[in-house]
Design a protein around this ligand. Sequence first.
Ligand SMILES: [Fe+2]
Length: 314
Amino acid sequence: MPEAPALSRAAAPSISAATGNLDLIRPQPYTTWAPQVTAEERATLRRELEQGAVLYFPSLKFHFEPGEERFLDARYSDGKSKNINLRAGDTAVRGAQGTQQDLSDLYKLIRRYADSSESLIRTLFPEYIPHMTRAGTSLRPSEIAGRPVSWRKDDTRLHVDSFPSNPMLGKRLLRVFHNIDPASPRVWRVGEPFGDFAQKFVPKTHGMWPGQAALMKLLHITKRKRSEYDHRMLQLHDLAKADLDYQRDVPQQEFHFPPGSTWIVFSDQLLHAAMRGRAMMEQTIYLEPQAISDHTHSPEAVLARMLGRPMLLS
Ligand SMILES: [Fe+2]
């Protein structure tokens, strides 16, 4: 893949003429992490989420305990990783620095966010419960804008999430975000539906050569054998980020998530770019592919349809 030129901040699109009527944000009235929801409301939430919308909870606030506000300061980050994170099942955070008390308090804060997020997902989507696994939780206390990164890691470019070394084998990436900064909005761009995006870029992707998945695992490039699904998704991630004309011209919408708001997306399906913002929290949940009831809009379904065969997930 050729190196793409840097995307200058001035050239970064906001809402352009190409925006059209794209409206992917679905505001929700809920104010607690285990709200009362009717079966009808749950069905609507699930349908919209699986179609690729952003479920947006403007009044669902995650509260600091006394003293936790100090962790809004980036000095607790160890400087090596872009976030302070907690792996599911761990009892200590990674990527942080501070006293024993600080690290212990950080664990409590991030663990509480993980528990709250999982409670929300379980309440809104009980059908997912048998198929879901809690994955990482993170606190990102640094400003996004102006961070120098390579184009491939530049999350201010629209992309779908896909990990080079961590093949998902069709597991879906369900993410719960919260803007924990008291003053600044978190500014995202979101783009056209996955099916439209795939129409443009899947023809430019290719399959793996024989033995490639085994070799990459052997060389520890990947944690497990990469599936064709992962291989194609990774190329879609890179092709979108490398194409500056696409970044500028694709139908898209800019949205400001205010302080204290929460939102849920399938980040492997929704084209998204994080443009500005300071402190945020994020919970990832892996969902087995059979959890998904919508067989029209999911990346796996779209790829299978376009390639004329089921995606091999192992
Ligand atoms: Fe992302």
